[in-house]
Write a protein that binds this ligand. Sequence first.
Ligand code: NAP
Ligand code: GLV
Length: 314
Amino acid sequence: MNERTLLLAVPPAWAPLWTVPFAELAPQLQIFVESKDTYATDAIDYVLSFRPAPGLLQRLPNLRVAFSLGAGVDGFLSDPQYPKHVPLVRFVGNSLADEMAEFCVLHVLMHYRMQRFFDRAQSEHKWRQALLPKRASDIAIGILGLGEIGAVVAERLKPFGFRLAGWSRTRKAVEAVESFASEDELPAFLARSDVLICLLPLTDATTGVLNAKLFAQLPKDAFVINVARGGHLVDADLIAALDSGHLSGAVLDVFHHEPLPEDHPFWSHPRITVTPHIAAITDPRAAVEYVVKGIVRFERGEMLENVVDLSRGY
Ligand code: NAP
Ligand code: GLV
């Protein structure tokens, strides 16, 4: 990795989270921080970012590989000037999937054990023992996007006894998880999903997938968890489906505009739980280890792992 350079395109105040482990793990790699350091655009070999400024990558004529800090790469591919000849590697790691599984298990259990109902009862000093939670085996959970993360979420939900299914483009073989594939099987998947967890990548095909038509195909009182991207959701359609009583609640971790604007109706909706895009955050040291491993492979002429198919968008 002699004389190689990496441009770190993150908010400059956060840069030490990555520059410190880079200095330890790859001292020979020269790191420039975008918007802070001066660098020659033709001297940059690699980029690491989550959402680089539009046009930035196109201005780096000798860029060899772009590394995404996230599993999702919509932050790169929303740039119409993304240089298509540059391989884009997305982050895949156990820590990310583990965190996402914790988040989803937490919110599925909160819903299934009616914890918000009991919180309200406590605030009213009411002993509400008459309404018992259902049995886990009576609840069907559907995971939209049974990929690297969706499969781990399904594994972690299994021990509770929920009925599990996943929807993906191609059919999957995950033990005790019913696999639905393609648009043709989406209606049957939705019809059996009491809890719907969205873990799809944001692409042209999936933008706006969580809309009125989809909600109408879920069973009455279904619960929706969106931990993928805000662009999957039609906000007004969710509010209408909650207000009509068709959906019982939603947990949203991702939004069209982040931070979620202070006047957005999601903040105060009684059936919506908002979290600030924290379901699963790539650990900086894990990201640096991953990138250094990728660069070493690439420099040896070996195949890069987890390269995004630019034609599919994930
Ligand atoms: P992944 O491994 O690429 O899995 C994506 C899954 O979606 C695959 O099963 C894929 O099907 C399926 N899919 C894609 N397009 C589809 C379509 N048009 N119709 C049906 N299925 C489709 O991605 P991942 O690593 O699991 O990550 C998923 C997403 O989670 C990321 O893109 C990101 O947006 C989000 N995420 C959010 C957070 C957070 O903190 N909120 C953290 C990490 C990730 P095939 O396998 O058949 O191709
Ligand atoms: C986070 O949102 C990710 O895509 O990893």
